[in-house]
Design a protein around this ligand. Sequence first.
Ligand SMILES: Cc1ncc(COP(=O)(O)O)c(C=O)c1O
Length: 379
Amino acid sequence: MKEGMPLERVDPVHVRRNGRLWLDFGGCDYLRLAHSPALRQALVRAIQTHGWNVAASRLTTGNHPLYERAERKLARFFGAEAALLMPTGYTAPLAVAQALAGMFTLALVDEEAHVCLQDAAVFLGCPVRVFPHRDVDAVARWVRRLGPGARLILITDGLFGWNGAVAPLAEYRRVLPRNSWLLVDDAHAAGLLGRRGRGSVEEAGISRERLVQTLTLSKALGLYGGVVLCSREIRRRVVERSGCFGGGTPLSPALAAAVETALVELRRALPGRRRVLQEAARLRARLRAAGWEVLETPAPIVALFPADRREARRVIRALESEGIHPPWTEYPGRSAGYFRFMLAPAHTAEHLERLRRALLSVRGAQGRPDAAGRRARAG
Ligand SMILES: Cc1ncc(COP(=O)(O)O)c(C=O)c1O
């Protein structure tokens, strides 16, 4: 893994690289709220009123009333009993694991789980076993092997952001013993999945009983910071037991103040998801017809895996000739790089056509015949 190239985001769909503007399909600002003028104003106003930093832990003098107010709004929006703000999305599952330490005899972690979940599992103080990606049968086999008396926690991303795969949460619930817990990191699904934007838990239609959902505010919500959504009892445990929570400075009070605006903006942006999902499905169908293997997903994510370095270079050249910054991605823990495109409501039909043209120029011409393209031209 190496550092990404310096990129300056100039508006919802463009980045500046080496002084030149490029059309951008990268990142996780799914609804492009990070560029919302309302959010920008809310932050500036909040800094002017409340300052930038409480300069102390929430266990001492840093517990600004803005935090609890934002937490009430977040709990209501996501339909949880309680919420707790964390400095980042990365620290949210770590804090949960510190709070739940000692409760389990085994933690089962999806092999593709985000690195923050793998780190969090260590804090649980019980053996940790990795199960094959989204493999419900493998989880069921663990349950049978462990027999009665096991106290399990299953740890997974709700939506795997690198390719858009969704965790089968309802199926996990079906095969796990009733006393098992789920820790679901919904950094990518919050605001993106579920009718009300409540994430993979809403999408799966499962209850919040013995379930902790962690989020980041820095993707679909366009803000910054982490959130734990849980019962009041678990919130109390995190506050009392977690070093990640109590041992440091909380997120800026200005960010907490802006949570309310972020939720208003998110609600307003939710209907815009429909067109983007249709566009993403159409693009995936065209790419498949051209011979690419593309995963189906309810997210506006299109992950493309070039056959080799030569093809990767051809994709890069084709994208650049359309003025598109190539979103070449190397995820932590993944050996091969790939292209990850994210379609946002702010992308116009012309932007999407440039992307389609670039990608189909690489395989549409020489892969399987571009049937969808031929149909469109014939019509
Ligand atoms: C699945 C997942 N969880 C957690 C995080 C960390 O969130 P944050 O950036 O707010 O620390 C990320 C990445 O940004 C992520 O992709």
